[in-house]
Design a protein around this ligand. Structure first.
Ligand code: ME8
Length: 516
């Protein structure tokens, strides 16, 4: 039987500047989900990339004295480099300046026009340049852009419009009948009550005020509105074509999950479904609007000067420590906070102590007491039962959380077992058993149980901390990949190495200050 397919995408990042740790959080989150699905036997397609058109980028390039294409080439390469540094296993990195994408977007625009969903009109409105969005008076917050809080200006231009109003009733009905479509559920009500039910205005889908975009072929002084260009990346890059899509498209579409930040749920759950309906294409199964990562409890902004970058953090703390921190810190629906102090504390407590020490102590004891050869001697006691039960339940507990996209809580389940295993060492006191000759078999069972716990945890840690998981498997030197307690393993030739060195907080903070 063929494996079940799973198509996951991230938002495509703006190439306006280097992505900060908040943007990078998203690709790490997507990577954890993609790796987990692969581990569970799914045939996964994981797409990410860059959103490269629009006025803001044109202005940035101008300010730098380079062409827009030169500008986006440089930033896209930087974004890809950061995604790679963070060890993310995407299958394709797409760019909206790719000629194939541009050609299909033009065809899409024409198809919508021919269908009568796009018509020509005049746009008058309040425009926010950084967000490239027109707003109505009532949408403004304190007279300013509701997304970024900056000034808006009055603008009018000849433009093409997409008849969102054609799809309003269908959209309300669809969202109400598919409670899993907008995730978390709280976001669903926000979309329905604040944006859709009050009435959808037709959407302006072309611009004439700047050039850096995909030209509209039927009227070349217009370029395609950046969100119509950007959203379609999810289908153009897997072979969608209005004249006949490829096998690849039929294999992967509909996407199983669009992973995006909470600020762009509106675009993905209002515009995107209507665009797809206009093309007679099925909707993605789910859109998950993840919360924000804040720094010092403040929104991270490229222009706010408080941006922290993932590659800098990786240099200071290591890739897996950063992955662990961001995944754990935003368990599901609430914003998370990043500070250097908290990152150091988490690394020390969870990674160096709970995980690192457990692995190190267990292997060292196995080497010391049994010359590194440990089998299950099955001299069991009651205290083993709860540990073994937890080992055997971990797989389904993690799955339960992952299915709800509660990624941080899934990670917590694994750390609960690691903490339980440390407690098991305190309960069984191997160093005392080692002193009594007739307790040797009992001691071997204790170490065996611990090694099995480490093995299952390491396997399930793989989606979150891939490098650490590989290192642990190398250290415990075992090939068994099963996710339950196995009686028949033999552990030998194990080499303990420090997984995460304890960080001296004051020293590290001083180092950070000196380098900033
Ligand atoms: O929005 N914490 O691109 P982008 C968590 N090009 N996530 C954050 C964040 C933070 N502090 N700041 C931003 C765009 N994000 C569009 C997407 S998709 C067809 C087009 C998230 O570079 C943000 O919500 O501004 C988005 O999902 C992603 O980072 C890229 O943001």
């Amino acid at each position: 039987m063929e494996n079940k397919k799973y198509y996951i995408s991230t938002a495509i990042a703006y190439t306006s500047g280097k992505p900060h740790i908040g943007n990078t959080y998203e690709i790490i989150l997507a990577d954890a989900i993609a790796r987990y699905k692969r581990l569970k036997g799914y045939d996964v397609y994981f797409q990410t990339g860059t959103d490269e058109h629009g006025e803001k980028i044109e202005l940035k390039a101008k300010a730098k004295g380079v062409s827009p294409k030169e500008y986006v080439d440089e930033v896209a390469a930087e974004i890809k480099r950061i995604w790679d540094t963070m060890n993310t296993s995407y299958d394709r990195f797409v760019r909206t300046t790719d000629p194939h994408h541009e050609e299909i977007v033009q065809k899409i625009f024409n198809k919508m026009y021919e269908k009568g969903d796009i018509y020509k009109g005049e746009y008058k409105g309040l425009y926010c340049t950084p967000c490239e969005s027109f707003w109505t008076e009532s949408q403004l917050v304190d007279g300013k852009c509701p997304d970024c809080g900056r000034e808006v200006e009055e603008k009018s231009e000849e433009a093409y419009f997409f008849k969102l109003s054609n799809y309003q009733d269908k959209l309300v009905d669809y969202i109400e009948k598919h409670p899993e479509f907008i995730w978390p559920e709280s976001r669903k009500n926000e979309m329905l009550n604040n944006f859709i039910k009050p009435g959808l205005q037709d959407l302006c889908v072309s611009r004439t005020s700047f050039d850096w975009g995909i030209p509209v072929t039927i009227d070349p002084k217009h370029v395609v509105y950046v969100w119509l260009d950007a959203l379609t990346n999810y289908i153009t890059n897997i072979g969608y074509d209005p004249d006949g899509s490829s096998e690849e498209f039929n294999k992967w579409w509909p996407a199983d999950l669009h992973l995006i930040g909470k600020d762009i749920i509106r675009f993905h759950t209002i515009y995107w479904p209507c665009f797809l309906w206009s093309l007679d294409v099925e909707l993605p199964k789910q859109v998950f609007g993840h919360p924000w990562l804040l720094t010092n409890n403040d929104k991270i902004g490229k222009s706010r000067g408080n941006a922290i970058y993932a590659d800098d953090l990786a240099k200071l703390f290591g890739v897996d420590a950063v992955r662990y921190y961001v995944l754990h810190e935003i368990p599901f629906a609430n914003d998370g906070n990043l500070t250097y102090e908290l990152l150091i504390e988490r690394t020390n407590t969870d990674l160096a102590n709970t995980l690192g020490n457990l692995v190190n102590r267990t292997i060292s004891m196995a080497n010391k007491y049994f010359d590194g050869v440990v089998k299950n001697t099955k001299v069991s006691e009651d205290v083993d039962l709860s540990l073994i039960k937890m080992i055997n339940e971990l797989d389904s507990k993690v799955e339960n959380k992952m299915d709800k996209l509660e990624i941080g809580f899934a990670l917590d389940e694994i750390f609960d077992l690691l903490r339980r295993s440390n407690k098991y060492i305190d309960e069984t006191c191997p160093w005392q058993l080692a002193k009594e000759e007739d307790k040797k078999d009992r001691l071997q069972t204790v170490l065996y149980n611990l090694l099995e716990s480490i093995r299952v945890c390491a396997k399930l840690l793989y989606p979150f901390l891939p490098e650490t998981s590989d290192k642990i498997f190398k250290q415990i030197n075992i090939s068994d990949q099963s996710l339950a307690f196995n009686d028949n393993n033999e552990y030998k030739d194990m080499v303990p190495e420090v997984l995460f060195a304890r960080i001296d907080k004051d020293k590290k903070l001083k180092e950070i200050e000196e380098n900033s």
